[in-house]
Design a protein around this ligand. Sequence first.
Ligand code: DX5
Ligand code: ZN
Length: 218
Amino acid sequence: AHPPMIAPSILSADFARLADEAAAVAGADWLHVDVMDAHFVPNLTLGLPVVKALREATDLPLDCHLMIEDPDRWAIGYAEAGVHNVTVHVEAAADPVRLAKDLRAAGAMAGLSLKPGTPLEPHLDVLKHYDTLLVMSVEPGFGGQKFMPEVLDKVRTARRLVDTGHLTLVVEIDGGINADTIEQAAEAGVDCFVAGSAVYDAADPAEAMERLRAQAAR
Ligand code: DX5
Ligand code: ZN
């Protein structure tokens, strides 16, 4: 298998020092950026202007997780801004197949995210058009929540479909990933681990990240 990917989430970083906080995890695979609109989720974070500034401030590939309503309207701007992977929520997208095609045409990878209660099976045909599947292991909206192990059934199913060639995508997990939970997620078949508080609440974020990566690789 490929070495595990780690995507630190800047939701738990210091928003007044985003460039420094990105530099603090220079060894990351992707930098996870949570965009929230106070409608799809009950929290408000940042949007395209800040993402554009971040794009100039770091060489890390940006992994933008759009927790917003009407991604059919807004997601393309993130792809055009040079975001590496643009993830939208299947619960919010009106035409997710069209959206994936537009994101890829703009040069980005296309990601589809499922809230904890959203089943995988009804969306398998749509997922053929996507490059990443972001399985939420907490209700989206806030960092520092408790990991929901029941979502690992979706990870196992996705892993099997990728390994048998039915899907071609990166299996990503987001929410509650830390030293106590990353091994069970790795076991279930996750490729890419988002970690917010476990990285940025640590005294040494880079060291915390590398410790998580080593745990996931075992
Ligand atoms: C939650 C966000 C996550 C968040 C994860 O809605 O999508 O990316 O930053 O934070 P932790 O790792 O602390 O659960
Ligand atoms: Zn996220």
